[in-house]
Design a protein around this ligand. Structure first.
Ligand code: FES
Length: 173
């Protein structure tokens, strides 16, 4: 009869409603999982921009520098700044380093790019950023330490261990 539901049909409808409820619950769970996955993937995507996670630095190695090519390092107190390339597993990397001679066997080596925006620093004591004027210790203790922030968000420069062997300065990077 039109407008009324027979008892038998009503039971069938209840079964359908139950099934639909279960379906919605599963769909909700899947949707939740999907959203969680999406958030996780976007997290991964955002990490893709992070070179330290997805483009890890090359394995530790060393750069050998022929000291005779740097006359400025011929006397204590001398300093240079230059780009140094080295190859690991077929890939070439370049580091801009500031090197200061303390003695014939002791050298200070610091990364020579500003920790604010990566701008190459100018040689001096301190090293000076030409863009916003932050300053960093070179040979002055502690090497690489921020000497003046100039109001910028800067951190200390990375420093490197080294040793002298014959006329070669070996820098561990
Ligand atoms: S880039 Fe060096 S202080 Fe801003």
């Amino acid at each position: 009869m039109k407008g009324k539901i027979k008892m038998e049909n009503k039971d069938k409808m209840c079964v359908h409603i139950e099934e639909r409820r279960e379906f919605l619950k599963s769909a909700g769970a899947l949707l939740g999982a999907g959203l969680a996955f999406t958030s996780f993937s976007s997290l991964l995507c955002s990490c893709e921009n992070d070179q330290y996670i997805f483009n890890p630095p090359p394995p530790p190695t060393s750069i050998d520098i022929d000291l005779s090519k740097y006359p400025n390092l011929g006397a204590d107190g001398g300093a240079v700044i230059d780009n140094f390339s080295y190859t690991v597993e077929g890939k070439t990397y370049t580091l801009r380093l500031a090197i200061a001679r303390k003695s014939s066997t002791e050298y200070i080596i610091v990364a020579a790019n500003c920790t604010h925006q990566g701008v190459p620093l100018n040689l001096g004591e301190p090293l000076v950023c030409p863009l916003h004027s932050a300053k960093f210790n070179l040979a002055k203790d502690p090497p690489g330490k921020v000497a003046e922030t100039a109001g910028q968000k800067v951190t200390d420069l990375k420093t490197y261990e080294s040793k002298v062997k014959g006329g070669t300065l070996i820098i561990y990077v």
